[in-house]
Design a protein around this ligand. Structure first.
Ligand code: URA
Length: 239
């Protein structure tokens, strides 16, 4: 399982194209366990061999984690016949089996984790784990103390059970408009919009700010993405 050709290993680690890395190997730029290897088909063990290319150690990575600042107008799916998907925004997604973790509506913006780590995705989405997700929400309607209490305690949205308790942080409150940060620990279909509707309001803008320990990097322009840092990955795995 951990064994593969040296040229494939270097390609997978994005050192360059197959012909480029073959050339590097033949020119004596690559060593395995401190021995120069000039054969592209040399078998390496990705779990324990020390592989260096042009003096740099290359560590095998086959799990990828990206944070996308999802813009409005793209659907959260791996493919769609009619509408652009979030995957079309990841230029180097090819061949990595990536998939979004959870779903944001087409008009929702903000944090979307995209990975090929199925175990992590499963853990983050599992209904038993109650992973908190915080959203910035703009609404029309009137926000009263009762409304806040309802949202906080759980509200009937037409499902079998009311929503689980949520956290509400009111940011702006006008006669017929309010903004808040709402933290929920479930992932029901259109959950925030339905919660707001259930208390007589209507969501006009929705943006996800965090998922578990992962916070949206606000320096990421809408539509762009970056790899997660080691610290961010560890945070998600150890929560
Ligand atoms: N709740 C919603 O209503 N929409 C989303 O996209 C996410 C949470």
């Amino acid at each position: 399982m951990n064994r593969m050709r040296l040229d494939k290993f270097l390609c997978d680690m994005q050192i360059g194209t197959r012909s480029y890395v073959k050339d590097l190997i033949k020119k004596g730029q690559v060593s395995v366990n401190d021995t120069l290897i000039r054969k592209p088909d040399f078998q390496v063990n990705t779990a324990c061999d020390l592989i260096t290319c042009m003096g740099n150690t290359i560590t095998y990575q086959n799990l990828y984690y990206y944070m996308l600042h999802k813009p409005s107008g793209v659907v959260t799916a791996t493919r769609d016949k009619h509408v652009p998907t979030v995957m079309t925004l990841l230029s180097d997604a090819c061949g990595k089996n990536l998939a979004p973790v959870g779903r944001l509506d087409k008009d929702t913006e903000g944090l979307l984790l995209i990975t090929n780590d199925g175990e992590l995705a499963h853990n983050l989405l599992s209904p038993n784990r109650h992973v908190p997700k915080t959203y910035y929400v703009e609404c029309t309607g009137t926000l009263s103390a009762d409304t806040v209490t309802l949202l906080e305690n759980g509200v009937e949205i037409g499902d079998e059970t009311p929503t689980r308790p949520a956290q509400v942080k009111v940011l702006t409150q006008l006669a017929d408009f309010y903004t808040m940060e709402l933290t929920i620990t479930e992932g029901r279909f259109h959950q925030i919009k339905r919660m707001v509707q259930a208390v007589g309001g209507s969501v006009t803008y929705l943006k996800r700010l965090s998922m578990g320990t992962l916070l949206l990097d606000e320096s990421l322009p809408k539509g762009s993405y970056r790899a997660l840092t080691e610290q961010e990955i560890m945070g998600l795995k150890t929560r």
